[in-house]
Design a protein around this ligand. Structure first.
Ligand SMILES: Cc1ncc(COP(=O)(O)O)c(C=O)c1O
Length: 462
């Protein structure tokens, strides 16, 4: 109980509800949050309907907990302005500590990487799962094809061609447990082919560099400048790992000259491009940048995931392989590590019924609104901070005055924010000028907590 409450809408560190039941547990948790200042005076709480939805409990339970706290004076409820934390002064904890304390567990999560999990389309997914299971032949429940179910590979090939310009043949498409799984298999195959190093970007995720290193590959960093990753600097590496549509985390697409340069390099050098298209569907201001794979399907391995469009917990990803690589990759993956067939068939049904497109469209609208709110709030409250990388994706980069990144991260922790600075994403041998910045995952909080998270962020900015 404590775990699900802590991770859903109320966004509070909660102790176990104990024997007192849901209403009592929620009332205690909210009271504690107000008493300790984690919910600031004046903060507007989510409506009882929203909070109940986020927590997966009855609306009445939330309404009763709110009513208890209004009666006790911790909250106020007024027609038209909702339920708010009372304007009374917060009693500071007694004892010698005068420094603001960093909350034991952050109240708000703005770490990029996870979409709003409260927005997972549960009902649609459950309907698709039922339809998929009903229609599945008995044979589908066997060990099957190591590439994954043909229904999903066919649906994905069509979707990726239509939406991302990928040239995909279902025979060369392999379903994986997310991007990380695909990268691990590719690392093994590249090493077995005699490749010694895979170039990576100066900014990225160390877990992925680590996966390649575990396979015995060096991961040298490419230079980075204001146009993004400089692929013209590629040398004798056997492959390069890139985020061409939306550089993670900096946010720009790979410059068009450099897109062409990387494909030319791969052809000349008999190398491969590993294209991480982790959030390609989320572009706001114009048509998404098409997949690089469309330029040369013999040289580019296209890697996609449902971790942003649906949820990382369902562990579904895919790779579209150059024909000459397919056999080795399928052999290396084998049957042993595969994805549950029911999830695969459900995603296939989700794609063919149009539910996936609807989910992406509604998520795009939600995140676009948040992005606009973030940009407006920062412009008003912290004019010295510049929001960049906002044309796409679920995160933005907030450029800070030079030298301030560590102190802003500290201030954010005091505001109860889990947040990463740009230095967290910097390759240890980055060939890039140092930039002070925050990487803000505005897609992560549930709707009911988003305004409070944004308010806490603004309070932490210089
Ligand atoms: C840059 C990048 N690539 C890929 C992924 C997806 O990884 P996976 O499919 O393993 O969840 C993420 C998710 O956070 C990401 O940030």
């Amino acid at each position: 109980m404590a775990e699900s409450w802590a991770t859903l809408g109320v966004d509070l560190h909660l102790e176990p509800a104990g024997a007192g039941g849901l209403r009592r547990g929620l009332t205690d948790a909210l009271r504690d949050a107000v008493r300790t200042g984690r919910l600031a005076p004046g903060t507007r709480l989510p409506s009882s309907r929203t909070l109940a939805g986020d927590l997966g409990i009855a609306r009445n339970t939330v309404a009763e907990a709110y009513a208890d706290l209004v009666a006790e004076g911790w909250l106020t409820a007024r027609q038209g302005s909702g339920t708010r934390v009372s304007e009374r002064a917060v009693v500071p904890p007694s004892g010698p500590a005068r420094q603001p304390r960093v909350p034991a567990r952050p109240t708000h999560n703005l770490v990029p990487g996870t979409p709003d999990l409260a927005a997972f389309p549960r009902a649609e997914w459950a309907r698709a799962a039922r339809r998929a299971l009903t229609a599945a032949p008995n044979e589908a429940l066997g060990y099957g094809d190591p590439r994954g179910r043909v229904e999903l590979r066919t649906a994905l090939a069509g979707y990726l061609a239509r939406v991302r310009g990928v040239r995909a043949d279902p025979d060369n498409l392999v379903v994986t447990a997310g991007f990380s799984h695909a990268l691990r298999v590719l690392g093994q195959v590249l090493r077995a082919r005699g490749v010694r190093s895979v170039a990576v970007e100066s900014y990225g995720l160390d877990v992925y560099w680590g996966l390649l290193q575990t396979a015995g590959l060096a991961t040298p960093a490419l230079p980075w400048d204001e146009l993004g990753t400089d692929t013209r600097a590629l040398g004798t590496e056997g492959a390069v790992l890139l985020t061409p549509a939306h550089q993670f985390p900096m946010g720009m697409p790979l410059h068009h000259d450099r897109r062409a340069a990387v494909v030319d390099w791969a052809r000349r050098n008999d190398s491969l491009v590993l294209e991480d298209d982790y959030d390609g569907e989320f572009r706001y201001d114009r048509q998404p940048v098409g997949a690089l794979q469309g330029l040369d399907p013999d040289r580019v391995v296209y890697l996609g995931t449902a971790s942003k469009s649906l949820a990382p917990g369902i562990r579904l990803g895919w790779m579209v392989l150059p024909p000459a690589l397919a056999e080795e990759v399928i052999g290396a993956k084998g049957h042993a590590d595969t994805v549950g067939v029911l999830e695969q068939l459900t995603l296939a049904e989700f794609l063919t019924s149009g539910a996936y497109d609807r989910q992406v469209r509604s998520a795009r609208l939600r995140y676009r609104r948040r992005r606009d709110a973030l940009t407006a709030a920062v412009a008003e409250r912290a004019p010295g901070v510049h929001v960049t990388g906002i044309a796409a994706g679920l995160h933005a980069v907030l450029r800070l005055p030079p030298g301030t990144e560590p102190s802003v991260i500290q201030a954010a922790a005091w505001q109860g924010l889990a947040l990463h600075g740009l230095s967290f994403h910097r390759h240890p041998e980055a060939r890039a000028e140092h930039v002070d910045a925050l990487v803000v995952g505005y897609g992560t909080p549930p709707d009911s907590a988003w305004s409070a998270a944004l308010e806490a962020l603004c309070r932490a900015l210089p």
